[in-house]
Design a protein around this ligand. Structure first.
Ligand code: MSP
Length: 521
C-alpha cells in the first residue's frame, strides 16, 4: 500500500515545444483541471500531470531555424506553457519535462529491458514519414491527395535501418483488452475506430532515429548511433511520474489513470502505449478520454496552419473563467467544435453576464438595500419556496451524470436551467414589491434566503468550471477559501446570511470588437 494521499490520476498530453500554448492545448488542460476540481469536491484527491515533450526532429529544426541553442529554446517554450497554465489558474501537480535526467534514465531502462527480452530488433525500413506527426504514415492514412490529413503536407519517403519494437506480437492481447474494457477508450466511437483499425495486421513500431538525422533525443542504451523515437520517449512519462521503474512505484495510483487527449494522438495512446506497457509487464491505462478538434475557419487550429487563438490574450480581454465556460459548453465531447468570437461573446453575455451575473447582482442589491442580515426559519417556507429549492438536488444529479458520461454540455445545461428557475422565482415573488410593504418584511427575508440558498448551490456546482466566480460568491456568502470543497457545503440549508458590504460583481457584458481589431483575439 502506498501512502500517497492521491486516489486518482489524470494527465494531459505533454505538449510539443515547437508551438506556444494555444486554445487547442488549453482545452485539454482546462478539461483536466475541471475534472480534478470536480473529483476533489467529491472527496477524491486527484493527481494532475501536464508538461512538455521536448525531443524530436521538428523541435530541433525549429530551434535551428531561429538560430537558437536547442536547450535554451526548449527551456523557454516549456516555461511559457508552465506560466500560461499558472496564470490561467490551472492546478496541476506535476509539470513533467522529457528532458529531465530522471526521465531520460527511465526511458533508457525501458529500452534496455525490452531489448533484453528480445522485444526490440534491428531492421531496414522504407516508408513515408511526416515530420509534423513524427511518425511513418501508411498509405491508407493519407488523404486523397497523398497528404498527411493533419498537416496537409506530403510525407517524405525515407529508407533507413532502425530498431523496432515488436508491437505486432501484441495485436491479439490488445484487441482482447479493448473488447473487454468498454471504458478503455471513450467516447466509444473511438474505441470502435481502434478495433476496426486492428482488423488489419498491426505492424511493428520503429522506435529509433539515426543520429545523422537527429541528435536531439535520448540515446539508445545499446547503440550510441541512435536516439529513441519521440513517442517511445514521451509516452513513458505517465508511468515514470508514478515512480516507475523504482521498487515501490505507485502501482495503485497507476490503476486509476485517465489520459485526456484529442483524436490526433489516439493511435499513439490506444495502440502504441498499451502494447508498450504490456511488453513491460505493466497494466494498460484504465481510461483514455478523447476529444475532437477545435476548428477555426473550418480547419484544426494549429501553429503550422496559422489560425491560432491565444488563451491568455482572450482571457485578459474577456474576463477570467469565461473561456473555460465557453469551451465546455460549446464542445460536445468527442466531436469537433468551432471556435468563433461571436459565439464566445454571445455565451459570455447570455449565460454569464445576463445569467448568473445578473441573478447574483439582483438578489444582493435588493437584500442589501432592505435587510442587514437575512434570517428566517424553515417553518416559514411556502410551497413555492420548497419547489424551487428542490430543483437543486435534481440539478446536482444531472450535473454528476453529465460528468460520468463525458456529456459536459448536459451538466452545464442543467446548471443554466437552475439559474433560470431562480430568476423566474425572483420574478414571481417580486421582492421589490415585498420591500415596499411594511407587513411583508419577514416574507422578504424568506424569499431572499431562498435565493441565497439557490446561489450557494449554483456556485458549488459550477465551481470546477468557474473557480474565480465561485470564490467571489463564497466570499459574499461569508464562506472561506475553497468554500465549496466539499460539494455538500453548497447544499447546506442555512437560515441566516450576513450580507457583505460589496455586492459581488461577477461577469460584465462584453462587446464584439470592431472588425479591424478582431484578429488580435
Ligand atoms: N507531444 C505529443 C504528445 C505526447 S503525449 C505523451 C503531442 N503534442 S501536441 O503539442 O501536438 O499536443 C497535441 C494535443 O494538444 C492534442 O491531443 C490535444 O490535447 C491538444 N490540442 C492541440 N490542438 C488542438 C485542437 N485544435 N483541438 C483540440 N485539442 C488540441 O501531440
Amino acid at each position: 500500500m502506498s501512502n500517497s494521499p492521491f486516489k486518482s490520476y489524470i494527465t494531459t498530453p505533454l505538449y510539443y515545444v515547437n508551438a506556444r500554448p494555444h486554445l487547442g492545448h488549453s482545452y485539454t488542460t482546462i478539461m483536466a483541471d475541471v475534472v480534478k476540481r470536480h473529483r476533489e469536491q467529491r472527496g477524491v484527491k486527484t493527481l494532475f500531470l501536464t508538461g512538455t515533450d521536448e525531443h524530436g526532429e521538428k523541435i530541433e529544426q525549429m530551434a535551428k531555424a531561429q538560430n537558437r541553442d536547442t536547450r535554451s529554446f526548449v527551456d523557454e517554450v516549456s516555461q511559457d506553457f508552465r506560466a500560461t497554465w499558472e496564470k490561467m489558474g490551472i492546478e496541476f501537480d506535476i509539470f513533467y519535462r522529457t528532458t529531465d535526467p530522471k526521465h531520460v534514465r527511465a526511458v533508457q531502462h525501458a529500452l534496455q529491458t525490452l531489448k533484453d527480452r528480445e522485444e526490440i530488433v534491428f531492421r531496414e525500413y522504407e516508408g513515408k514519414y511526416c515530420v509534423g506527426c513524427e511518425r511513418f504514415l501508411t498509405d491508407s492514412e493519407l488523404n486523397a491527395d497523398g497528404l498527411c490529413p493533419d498537416h496537409l503536407k506530403k510525407p517524405e519517403p525515407r529508407k533507413e535501418a532502425n530498431y523496432f519494437f515488436l508491437m505486432s506480437r501484441y495485436q491479439k492481447p490488445l484487441i482482447e483488452y479493448l473488447e473487454k474494457n468498454p471504458n478503455s477508450v471513450r467516447p466509444d466511437h473511438f474505441r470502435q475506430e481502434m478495433l476496426s483499425f486492428l482488423k488489419q495486421p498491426l505492424g511493428d513500431l520503429c522506435i529509433s532515429r539515426p543520429k545523422q538525422r537527429l541528435t536531439w533525443g535520448i540515446e539508445l542504451p545499446f547503440d550510441s548511433n541512435f536516439v529513441t523515437y519521440v513517442w517511445f520517449d514521451a509516452l513513458l512519462n505517465y508511468l515514470v511520474a508514478m515512480g516507475w521503474p523504482e521498487a515501490g512505484w505507485n502501482q495503485e495510483l497507476w490503476q486509476t489513470v485517465n489520459h485526456l487527449i484529442a483524436k490526433d494522438i489516439l493511435k499513439a495512446h490506444a495502440v502504441y502505449w498499451p502494447t508498450m506497457l504490456m511488453a513491460l509487464g505493466v497494466s494498460p491505462a484504465r481510461e483514455l478520454q478523447v476529444s475532437g478538434y477545435w476548428l477555426v475557419d473550418g480547419t484544426k487550429m494549429s501553429k503550422s496552419l496559422g489560425n491560432v487563438i491565444r488563451p491568455l490574450e482572450v482571457e485578459a480581454q474577456y474576463g477570467k473563467d469565461t473561456l473555460r465556460f465557453y469551451l465546455l459548453r460549446e464542445m460536445s465531447y468527442g466531436l469537433d467544435a468551432t471556435f468563433t468570437l461571436e459565439g464566445y461573446i454571445n455565451c459570455i453575455n447570455s449565460q454569464l453576464a445576463n445569467g448568473i451575473g445578473n441573478l447574483v447582482s439582483r438578489v444582493y442589491t435588493i437584500a442589501k438595500k432592505n435587510l442587514g442580515t437575512v434570517a428566517f426559519s424553515n417553518d416559514e417556507l411556502l410551497e413555492a419556496d420548497h419547489k424551487v429549492l428542490a430543483l437543486r438536488a435534481r440539478a446536482r444529479e444531472a450535473w454528476d451524470a453529465g460528468f460520468a458520461e463525458l456529456k459536459y454540455q448536459n451538466s452545464l445545461k442543467a446548471w443554466s436551467e437552475l439559474v433560470t428557475a431562480c430568476d423566474l422565482y425572483v420574478n414571481e415573488m417580486k421582492p421589490w414589491a415585498l420591500a415596499k410593504d411594511p407587513n411583508a418584511t419577514q416574507r422578504l427575508h424568506v424569499v431572499m434566503g431562498v435565493c441565497l440558498r439557490m446561489i450557494q448551490a449554483l456556485a458549488a456546482l459550477i465551481a470546477p468550471v468557474l473557480p474565480h466566480a465561485a470564490q467571489e460568491i463564497g466570499k459574499a456568502l461569508g464562506l472561506g477559501e475553497r468554500a465549496f470543497d466539499p460539494i455538500e457545503a453548497g447544499f447546506e440549508d442555512r437560515v441566516r446570511f450576513e450580507l457583505p458590504t460589496e455586492t459581488p460583481k461577477l461577469f460584465m457584458r462584453v462587446q464584439m470588437p470592431a472588425p479591424e481589431s478582431r484578429s488580435e483575439a
